[in-house]
Design a protein around this ligand. Structure first.
Ligand code: NAP
Ligand code: ZN
Ligand code: ZN
Length: 348
């Protein structure tokens, strides 16, 4: 298959900094869209993969799965996009399209294995896929999203992962008026969860380890902020219907299971390396659930983009030139981000 070269930023080992390099992209197939990447968000999953936290990273790795750019070329059979339009790509770039979950728009649960935009087998070129820390990308139009005109392309980028990852469980567990929703961890995912749950009409309580984030949490739509290290504050916010757990590191899930009402759910979206310990009494007592949720399907990703445009929601971002990626990764690792880094890929 014919390819072309594009500039990218990646690394060859967990301990090495990210550096510029050339990577191949496929020449367009009839249903492919080529996008010049303008902005790419940095998700903690990019950091987990770069550091090989979960195992399974194949180096060299080019991260990035919150991609917004401009369509530069379309294949002969593409009907959905035109050259010059703003378009986006998230985590999912392909799936089997025929299993029960693909047919119901939940490609993230594809029974035959969906293709992730980075560090996933590349069905066309062999080897592994390379993500959005690059100048140009090619994907099938079915997996490319529209960015509504009302959204600013840079601050919309984090909706492609952080936004959809919290929107999907909030919708599935019916966050809305009359529901108490807890958001655990106020980082990239957590701050979007506050905005989206508040826009859905839920009463939002934020659980954070950073008391300095309290004022921002209120500004973004939380009615209550709890510093999770303070037991007194924790006791005062029981009877949550749903708690979305976005924490990226080891923490005590039991403390939050205790805060759920009968039939309440603690939903993990964060992916810490170490398994959580759960006391049976903390779920048996109130018929409580501990569950998880993985990003969201393509249709639902378009839905959250449209929802955010409608409710004038975008991520709070710190926009950095692509060349400052290592500084951004180091600060993300330290928790020093308010609340999502986005790389300006035009400056690569
Ligand atoms: P992030 O911006 O680094 O935010 C994580 C937040 O967790 C931090 O801001 C901090 O919030 C809290 N935290 C960190 N370390 C903690 C600790 N030791 N104890 C308690 N709280 C701690 O990360 P993100 O990009 O939002 O991603 C969060 C997690 O979700 C990552 O594990 C990522 O891989 C995962 N993820 C999963 C999916 C999915 O589909 N399920 C999709 C995207 C990302 P406070 O300062 O408020 O305490
Ligand atoms: Zn992500
Ligand atoms: Zn499938």
């Amino acid at each position: 298959m014919k390819t072309y070269q594009t500039r990218a930023i990646g690394t060859d080992a967990p301990s090495k900094p990210l550096t510029e390099r050339n990577i191949p992209r496929r020449d367009l197939l009839p249903h492919d869209v080529q996008i010049e990447i303008l902005y790419c968000g940095i998700c903690h999953s990019d950091l987990h993969v770069v550091k090989n936290d979960w195992g399974g990273t194949t180096y060299p790795v080019v991260p990035g799965h919150e991609i917004v750019g401009r369509v530069t070329k379309v294949g002969g059979e593409v009907g959905k996009f035109k050259v010059g339009e703003v378009a986006a790509i998230g985590c999912i770039v392909d799936s089997c399209r025929s299993c029960e979950y693909c047919r119901s728009g939940e490609e993230q649960y594809c029974e035959n294995g969906w293709s992730v935009v980075f560090n996933s087998p590349d069905k066309h070129l062999g080897g592994m896929s390379y993500g959005g820390f690059s100048k140009s990308i090619v994907a099938d139009e079915n997996y490319v999203l529209r960015i509504p005109e009302l959204l600013d392309p840079a601050s919309a980028a984090p909706i492609l992962c952080a936004g959809i990852t919290v929107y999907s469980p909030l919708k599935h567990w019916k966050a809305g008026p009359g529901k108490k929703v807890g958001v655990l961890g106020m980082g990239g995912l957590g701050h979007m969860a506050i905005k989206i749950a508040a826009a859905m009409g839920a009463e939002v309580t934020v659980f954070t380890t950073s008391s300095a984030k309290a004022a921002d949490a209120k500004r973004l739509g939380a009615s209550k902020v709890v510093v999770s290290t303070d037991e007194q504050q924790m006791v005062g916010c029981a009877k949550q219907d749903l708690i979305v757990d976005t924490v990226s590191a080891e923490h005590d899930a039991n403390a939050y299971l205790k805060l759920l009402k009968v039939d309440g759910s603690l939903v993990l979206v964060g992916l810490p390396v170490k398994p959580l310990e759960v006391g049976a009494f903390n779920i048996v007592g109130g018929r409580k659930s501990l569950s998880g949720s993985n990003i969201g399907g393509i249709a639902e990703t378009q839905e959250v983009l449209d929802f955010c445009a409608h409710h004038k929601i975008a991520a709070e971002i710190e926009l950095l030139p692509a060349g400052r990626v290592n500084e951004a990764m180091e600060r993300l690792e330290k928790g020093d981000v308010r609340y999502r880094f986005v790389l300006d890929m035009t400056r690569l």
